[in-house]
Write a protein that binds this ligand. Structure first.
Ligand code: PLP
Length: 428
């Protein structure tokens, strides 16, 4: 066993100061029966805890760090920007640069607004969809997570699921009374809601590749059906690409699957590890946002220069030739390796990878939605997680989270990971 004494000591102090000792629930390791590690620093694919242990990191701050920890270009962009002041509350050229970069990758975004988190992006984009359509109801999918805004905290996937909370107390029934839930990968469940409320649904919001109930890809035709249904009922289609944006494909899931949503929410990678989000889409809809239009939405630190600088450095880094081929090569090495190891150990797994996102369920049956995802063996996952951790591999501490690769995860890191997996699978 690795020595975690410093982490444990800090966790004792933290628990007295912050609920569960953490600033976000899943970090507390409750689903895997351990105590969280306190991290001292990260470099490339590696993180170091306060006890001096090192781990290959597949969490990457829950997705943003696609170029790895402390990438020299991001560090120097931050240093140069910080030296000029960290925020002005006035426009800066960096916003234009990042907006143009984002639009060069994602063509459905004709105009956008920067915010400070993915939660703000989805909350704001739904306000906009309701304002534009003059309708109140929204459809979301069971097991999809869109941040913690009240109206979206219904059947919301990993974090909530991990803690076994059906919904959250403190969310008034009235707030979610216009939130309709459908079954992921089941277009008929969406069609039924449209038949029932033909003139009342403002928008369908979806994770085009679900990443918050483990990794669950869309089945053939599912996203196209959502596009067709929203079009025929005059509702808007919103892709929540906070996680999938710049992860499953340079142009997001919408480019990968060839579906043009009306609006898109972004976050995570576009901030390169700093707090950021954005929403954007069709020009005529975005023109409703204040001050151009009447839909109010604002933010003291929105478009923050440091966040913009980190985002620009990240998206520029993603233009380096060979990067996406690298995700294919190393992603295949990792997933093929894990599948082989699981097969020789006679342990059923369902694994998936799309671009730099991957997932593995300890399950015998196909996983297409939240009901099938939650049949996965969480006790086996806990044993696997802890054995991997003890062998220097840092995975997300829940079966129902996606894993992430960075450009710094090379064949060496994958080989080390597979050696640890060999050991773990022989003991779970
Ligand atoms: C992470 C995430 C969010 C919320 O983003 P925060 O920055 O944590 O508020 C929203 N939607 C999806 C799909 C996410 O993965």
């Amino acid at each position: 066993m690795l020595d975690h004494s410093q982490s444990n000591e800090l966790f004792d102090r933290a628990q007295n100061l912050m609920p569960g000792g953490v600033s976000s629930p899943v970090r507390a390791f409750r689903a895997v029966g351990g105590q969280p590690l306190f991290i001292e620093r990260g470099e490339g694919a590696t993180i170091y805890d306060v006890d001096g242990n090192r781990y290959i990191d597949y969490v990457l701050s829950w997705g943003p760090l696609i170029l790895g920890h402390a990438h020299p270009d991001i560090v120097s962009a931050l240093q140069q920007t910080a030296a000029k002041g960290s925020s002005y509350g006035a426009p800066s050229p960096l916003e234009i640069e990042l907006a143009e970069l984002i639009m060069s990758f994602i063509s459905s975004i004709e105009m956008l607004r920067f915010v400070n988190s993915g939660t703000e992006a989805t909350m704001s984009v739904l306000r906009l969809a309701r304002a534009f359509s003059g309708r109140s109801k929204i459809i979301k999918f069971i097991g999809n997570y869109h941040g913690h805004a009240d109206m979206l905290l219904v059947q919301a996937g990993s974090g909530v699921a991990t803690l076994g909370l059906p919904d959250s107390p403190g969310v008034p029934a009235a707030t979610v009374s216009d939130t309709l839930s459908a079954v992921y990968n089941d277009a008929d469940s969406v069609a039924r809601l449209f038949e029932r409320f033909p003139d009342q649904i403002a928008a369908v919001i979806v994770e085009p590749v679900a990443g918050n109930m483990g990794l669950v890809p869309p089945v053939d035709g599912f996203l196209q059906s959502l596009r067709d249904l929203t079009e025929s009922y005059n509702a808007l289609l919103i892709f929540d690409e906070v996680m999938t944006g710049f992860r499953v494909h340079p142009g997001g899931a919408q480019t990968l699957y060839g579906i043009r949503p009306d609006l898109t929410a972004l976050g995570k990678v576009i901030g390169g590890g700093l707090p950021v989000g954005a929403y954007g889409g069709r020009r005529e809809i975005m023109e409703m946002v204040a001050p151009l239009g009447s839909m109010y939405q604002a933010g003291t630190l929105s478009g923050n220069p440091l966040a913009m600088a980190a985002g620009i450095a990240t998206l520029k880094g993603l233009q380096t030739p060979g990067i996406w081929e690298g995700f294919e090569t190393h992603g295949n090495q990792l997933l093929n390796g894990l599948n082989d190891i699981a097969a020789s150990a006679n342990i059923p797994v369902v694994s998936n990878r799309i671009g730099s996102m991957f997932g593995m369920f300890f399950s015998e049956q196909a996983v297409t939605d939240w009901d099938s995802a939650k049949t996965a063996n969480t006790e086996r996952f806990s044993r696997y997680f802890n054995l991997m951790l003890d062998n220097g591999i840092y995975l997300a501490p829940s079966q129902f989270e996606a894993g992430f690769l960075s450009t710094r995860h090379g064949s060496g890191e994958i080989a080390t990971t597979l050696a640890a997996a060999e050991y773990a699978f022989s003991r779970i």
